[in-house]
Design a protein around this ligand. Structure first.
Ligand code: DON
Length: 603
């Protein structure tokens, strides 16, 4: 038994529902199966970009082009992904980075899958109560802006490791497009000019950020050229000397000197100690009446893979009709509520915490939790607690109970990109500085540094600054720990073949948005672009309400309210740059997210 509430009468009804009607699973994605989007939005692309060989989908046309260029020169998906990631570090300064961290999920055409974890690490001088003032009050600024919010960056080490493990090209070759963009500059888009304007007050607090991104106060306008010579010089050193430059060489010395001069914690030793990790991917299988699906996704320190598998397990056999159907939205929102309650209690850095992944992702456990859902009425998050995860056949009582509870909010900005090459190798990668423009500090080596320390539990029992999190003790700040992440790069196979590559930014909404993209593809058989365009919603247990994108159908909201759900509209949620595979033609279907004017490019 779990500690989820369990109104018996509804459990019986739900069980009848689960065992009775044939699931409304679509047969999905054969030649004539790609359904056009319902209720699509003006000006948004209605069809994915189609190409027979390779595809790159990112937030930025210049970054997609960098990846495409590498594919066309004969590089594989990992070569192209590393090129894309470095290009994003130049053209998407809010989130693309070498001063942050990320995850890269690779699935090769021969079936091997690997998860590269280059999440940032807390420096040795970090401590559990480092953001708590003498009066016991949390300093909400310190973990999100300025030198003390910065964790040891992992991106350069992780990209080098991915390239060495599966790439075919030299680092210098895949970095060439990024170096060109930093050296020669690129035209500032309207969106980027607006971003600089809205980040102005925080960026101008740091002299290099002000000089590089605010034109020393003169401000960039759309069409101006943004050149980043310090970043170009750093990229050239990395291209020549590898990650050794970033962690042991001149770049390391520049970062450590900045830190010592301006009150940061990171030392040369912290940089030298940074290690990216290769972790085993999480896998789960789902059968529909005509297809078998396999989900390959992110293990801890991502919380997202566990959550997505737990959600899909709960939804297995639940009839879903679409997002204009209140029953479907209700059921998925109730599932989201429960996976977030479990995330709150159990997920943390697996190198230091005992995360019960097997129990959380077990279908038996999901069945128990799903049975607590009332199919007609909203549950109350006050009464929903994390469950007691256990695999089939093992008593739940033997496992430690959950620790503390979590509440999550939404926040900008992170970036997800997907790559598929001509051979069918696939990469899903999500990378971040945490907040938009991270700590807002630009190092003298020309790149923005993250504020990932705020993803830790900054004060037990008190919401952290960026996402309003009250997080578990297992995610407390400690030297060399990785903060818990929601980033969820994911790859889906259909009948054993590559089918869908997905993931998103959006803090905790990453998990919901990634899950919705998968349901749109796997369960509703939407065409790839339709799966990305479809309106999104999110429930994160606490606060107890459903967030809905602004153009979510009004009658669905009214019906949800009648069931007892509180709802709140937000402008947009997540940015999924996905690639689907057309099973009939094997074409790559690049579906970039129109919410950011993303770009899919193929050949
Ligand atoms: O790793 C995480 O979960 C967060 N640092 C991600 C932040 C994020 O997605 C903000 N972007 N929209």
């Amino acid at each position: 038994m779990t500690s989820h509430t369990f109104p018996r009468v509804w459990a019986i009804l739900l069980a009848a529902l689960l065992s009775g009607a044939a699931p409304a699973l679509t047969q999905a994605q054969a030649a004539n199966e790609l359904h056009p989007p319902a209720g699509s939005r003006d000006g948004w692309p209605q069809q994915a970009v189609r190409a027979p060989h390779g595809m790159v989908a990112t937030d930025e046309a210049l970054a997609s082009h960098a990846g495409l260029e590498i594919l066309q020169r004969g590089g594989n998906a990992v070569d192209a992904a590393v090129a894309t990631a470095f290009a994003l570090a130049v053209v998407e300064p809010a989130a693309g980075n070498i001063g942050g961290g990320g995850f890269m999920l690779v699935r090769l055409a021969d079936g091997r899958s690997t998860f590269f974890d280059y999440r940032e690490m807390a420096p040795a001088k970090a401590s559990r109560n480092m953001y708590i003032g003498p009066g016991g009050k949390l300093d909400k600024q310190a973990s999100v802006i300025g030198m003390r919010s910065i964790a040891v960056p992992g991106t350069v080490a992780g990209l080098e490791l991915a390239l060495k493990t599966y790439g075919t090209m030299k680092l210098a070759a895949v970095m060439a497009p990024a170096i060109g963009l930093a050296d020669d500059g690129f035209p500032v888009s309207e969106r980027l000019a607006r971003e600089f304007q809205s980040e102005r007050s925080d960026l101008q607090r740091f002299s290099l950020s002000r000089r590089i991104f605010l034109k020393d106060g003169g401000m960039f306008h759309a069409g101006d050229t943004l050149r980043q010579p310090e970043l170009a010089a750093t990229l050239k050193r990395i291209a020549k000397l590898g990650a050794a430059d970033f962690y042991h060489g001149e770049t390391a010395r520049m970062v450590a000197t900045d830190m010592a001069r301006l009150g940061g914690l990171i030392t040369l030793e912290d940089l030298a100690n940074y290690q990216p990790k290769i972790r085993e991917v999480l896998r789960a299988k789902y059968a529909s009446d005509s297809h078998s699906w396999e989900v390959i996704t992110s293990p801890p320190p991502s919380s997202g893979g566990v959550a997505v598998i737990e959600a899909l397990n709960m939804l297995q056999g639940v009839p879903l009709k679409g997002w204009e159907d209140v029953e479907s939205v209700h059921m998925v929102a109730e599932v989201m509520r429960r996976i977030f309650a479990d995330r709150a209690a159990y997920l943390a850095d697996p190198d230091f915490a005992n995360v019960p992944v097997t129990g959380l992702t077990d279908p038996c456990y999901a069945k128990e939790i799903a049975a607590t859902i009332d199919p007609r009425h909203a549950s109350s998050s006050r009464e929903i607690r994390a469950g007691t995860p256990h695999p089939c056949g093992i008593s739940a009582q033997n496992l430690a109970p959950p620790q503390t509870i979590v509440s999550l909010g939404e926040g900008p900005h992170t970036t997800h990109f997907s790559v598929v090459d001509a051979a069918g190798n696939a990469v899903a990668s999500t990378t971040t500085l945490n907040n938009s423009y991270g700590s807002h500090v630009t190092s003298s080596a020309g790149f923005l540094l993250n504020d990932e320390m705020d993803d830790f539990t900054t004060q037990p029992g008190v919401p952290n600054a960026l996402f309003g999190l009250i997080q578990s003790e297992a995610n407390a700040i400690a030297p060399q720990h990785r903060p818990l992440s929601s980033m969820t790069p994911t790859i889906v196979l259909r009948d054993g073949k590559l089918s869908f590559v997905t993931g998103s930014p959006g803090g905790p909404t990453i998990i919901s948005v990634t899950l919705l993209s998968m349901l749109n593809w796997m369960r509703f058989g939407m065409e790839a672009q339709a799966a990305i365009n479809a309106p999104r919603f999110h429930h994160q247990w606490l606060p107890d309400r459903i967030l809905m994108e602004r153009d979510f159908p009004a009658d669905v909201e009214t019906a949800l309210n009648a069931r007892g759900h509180e709802t709140k509209r937000i402008n947009r949620m997540g940015l999924v740059n996905a690639i689907g595979i057309d099973p009939a033609t094997n074409d790559r279907l690049g579906a970039a997210d129109p919410r950011h004017n993303g770009s899919a490019q193929g050949y």
